[in-house]
Design a binder for this molecule. Sequence first.
Ligand code: WTA
Length: 622
Amino acid sequence: MKTKTYKPSVAFLRQATIKNPEAEYKKAAKDYLKYWESAAKELEWGKPWKKVLDDSKPPFYKWFVGAKGNIVQNAIDRHLANGNKNKVALLWESDSGQHKKFTYAELDQAVCRLANGLKSLGIKKGDRVAIYLQNIPEAAIAMLACAKIGAIHGIVYAGFAAHSLREWIELTEPKLLITQDAGIRRGKRYSMKPTADEAVKGLKCVKNMLVVHHSKIDVPMVKGRDISYHDLVDKMSPKCETEMLDSEDPLFILYNSGTASKPKGMVHVHGGYQVQIHRTFNWVFDVKPNDVFWSTADPGWITGHSYTIYAPLMAGVTTLLFEGVPNYPKPDRIWEIIDKYKVNILYTAPTLLRMLMGEGDQWVKKHSLKSLRILGSVGEPINPAAWKWYYTVVGKKRCPIIDTWWQTETGAHMIVPLPTLPLKPGSATKPFPGIFAEVVDHDGKKVKDGERGLLVITKPWPAMARTFYKAEKYFKETYFKRFPGKYLTLDVAMRDKDGYFWALGRADDVLKIAGHRIGTAEIEAAIAHHPAVMEVAVIGKPHKIKGESAKAFVVLKKGFVGSDEISDGIKKKIRSEMGPVAVTDEIEYINKLPKNRNGKVMRRVLKAKELGQKLEDVVVFD
Ligand code: WTA
């Protein structure tokens, strides 16, 4: 394949920390445990590790065994002593254009107050706390407060509906749910507290609900259960000791869409996770001490956890949270914010870039954008046209495009450029130093360069998810059974002759709709609740802006005939159970679903037909 490569500019190279990426790959490959150990040494710990990796019980690997620490020690505590105390840690811009700032010292106080508040509600180490908040400062504060006392946070994306939130609560059994009265987007309010009320109805585990009165609207508060966030934190002390935890103690459980009809909870831990997000963040974004970093990802997704909140704070830079959407009230809102706060690093998703590209270059050109130094992309393959637009129109050919391939499962970047590497539009380039990947066929044999196959990771890595909450066996079977000793990413990929990897999309039934990870099985489960539906299969179709959209093939029960009314009913069902992101664009009524001899629905057959492709082109993994 002939692709133009883009070399870093002389000016960029001159100021870059890592000038010779190839030397770093080599050094890490020589002794990858030593490499990760040196990354860990950049952090503060309560007690050092006895062993870097315990691989005695694969696939349940342990990193930095015996160490004590806490991610908050590095995200906040150390900045209070190292000169960063009065630096802005968190910048927040509201939907309507107001802003709030928290220095590291102020963030510490806010986190301590809430941590003490959590303790006063009986939350202890190991307890789960569900968080159902929009992109507001309290979301970051809540995460950090949980982490500080060793409680495990579980964030549910604010765009998810009551049914999804309830399923999450049933799985993780949190004592506390933190939510807000209403969210605001595009100038419109949408209520969240009533959704939270519906989600917990009849569930005994949730003893309290903490409500952030963000939109200042009246919401019913249940006596004895519901507490106003400020009523609780305002009376608490701004000092709280950070709990020294075991390196393998869980930090969070995150909603993870896969092929099961119910979401699973990915468990991530304090030790290895902080090491890898810290190292990748610093190297991949070539971070400088006074950087303003903006990741547009919502805290409800893994990117929000790793690179909107934790990693920038660990690096001691300023992270920007934005409540609104990038094209409201005008299509240049995103560019206006970059100039307003002098953002140096922008990290966003291809779906958003395609949308902004469609608004026209004039909106970008109205703004100087000269503070930008690096541009990142995440969540789905970036098509070369969007890549080039990002590079030329937004970055004015000055800023490397950092296409980051990783997953909720991996916790941190895996295949991603070091910014001085020559870049190829559409390729996430090479595995990060200390990460090892291959493209294999169905038997696990390496395919030739230039051929498509399954992407596997061949050695454990520090930030890897440790398991599925309450489903260890399923974790092992999903990722490690097919090729023992190797992690199956469930992505299709190709490696070219230069050793660059091209992630080409999912090999299973997981969709990426506007960058949001949604399992077809979850949408099918919601559709099947419609009284007229007998059977349903959902597939993904390429979509110009969203990357992918969902189409449902529905078999109706006897006596029902497909109509707009039923389609509307089905869409309503999806919206109310899962939320608007999962709503199918198309519904087609058919008489029978294609099935194999075991009665398993063959979505691939539907997909091949729909896209006019040969079956072999669709089948990669079964
Ligand atoms: C896809 C998001 C191509 C991939 C961090 C993966 C990508 C899934 C890229 C994980 C990229 C993510 N290029 N595809 N740069 N980044 N993906 O768990 O299919 O929401 O398996 O994590 O997104 O999605 P998740």
